[in-house]
Design a binder for this molecule. Structure first.
Ligand code: COA
Length: 234
């Protein structure tokens, strides 16, 4: 049984019960954003079973969340995880400023991300592991309305958490959110030609390749070609 809530968009802190197969997560926390803000226009049906802690049923799909919205109180843990993964992420990211891995810089970035979220152009999401601990990050970036109704995904998962299906589940969360809460028509993602892991994550979520963009993004200090993927959400 589900229910709709007319005012709040609930975001969940998720935890997988020990021994439970698949990516089922129970709901261990709940935060609400005022639906009066333009940040989260609730377009599609939002069907929840909060009281029983069951997986969400949205439309035809069962959604087992591994993401929740970034909060400023997450900054210390996020800074630590970014620092731990500095070398692991370096080949896949822009060159970082000297102060990037400091808490001061991460707080400023988090504040900017939450401002963009309030403006309706971005959704910064933490990726959580089976124990509900921070394991990575996913951004629904560059939300454009008008006749495009599209956004772009960016994500990473901590080296020690790789291979557990977290990126795949987080992208599934993002797809559900983009379709049912943001009401977007399309999601895009770009991957370096040799980023087989990321391309596999996208393929598992039904993204299809629609082109290759030469020298598309400056990654690790070089303008590099990227494969372009999209998923139509209608
Ligand atoms: C890419 C990344 C997000 C994957 O995270 P993850 O949580 O390990 O992903 P998942 O476990 O959900 O799925 C990974 C899939 O890719 C496959 N994979 C991983 N590395 C691979 C490789 N080198 N070649 C082929 N397949 C690979 C895995 O086998 C798995 O597929 P499977 O489930 O069919 O076996 C993570 O490695 C990462 O953060 N990398 C650095 C940052 C990055 O590349 N971000 C994406 C930018 S577009």
């Amino acid at each position: 049984m589900g229910r709709t809530h007319p005012r709040w968009y609930p975001l969940f802190i998720c935890k997988k019960p020990a021994g439970q197969p698949g990516n089922k997560h129970s709901l261990t926390g709940l935060s609400n954003l005022d639906r009066g803000s333009a940040a989260l226009p609730l377009v599609g049906p939002l069907v929840l079973d909060v009281a029983n802690g069951q997986a969400l049923q949205v439309g035809e799909a069962s959604v087992d969340r591994v993401t929740r919205l970034l909060q400023l109180s997450d900054v210390p843990e996020l800074t630590a995880l970014c620092s731990e993964n500095r070398e692991f992420l370096a080949p896949w990211e822009p060159l970082r400023d000297k102060d990037f891995h400091t808490e001061t810089k991460q707080r400023a970035l988090a504040e900017a991300a939450l401002e963009a979220h309030a403006a309706g152009t971005r959704v910064p999401l933490l990726i959580l592991n089976q124990g509900g601990q921070l394991a990575g990050f996913l951004n629904i970036n560059g939300i454009v309305r008008g006749s495009l109704q599209s956004a772009s995904l960016g994500y990473w998962v901590s080296r020690t958490e790789n291979g557990a299906g977290l990126a795949t589940a987080a992208v599934a969360d993002a797809v559900e959110h983009a379709r049912n809460s943001l009401g977007l028509h399309r999601l895009q993602a770009e991957a370096l030609l040799h980023n087989a892991g990321s391309q596999r994550v996208l393929a598992k979520n039904g993204f299809t390749r629609f082109g290759m963009a030469p020298k598309y993004l400056k990654i690790a200090g070089r303008w590099q070609d990227h494969e372009l993927f999209q998923k139509i959400l209608d």
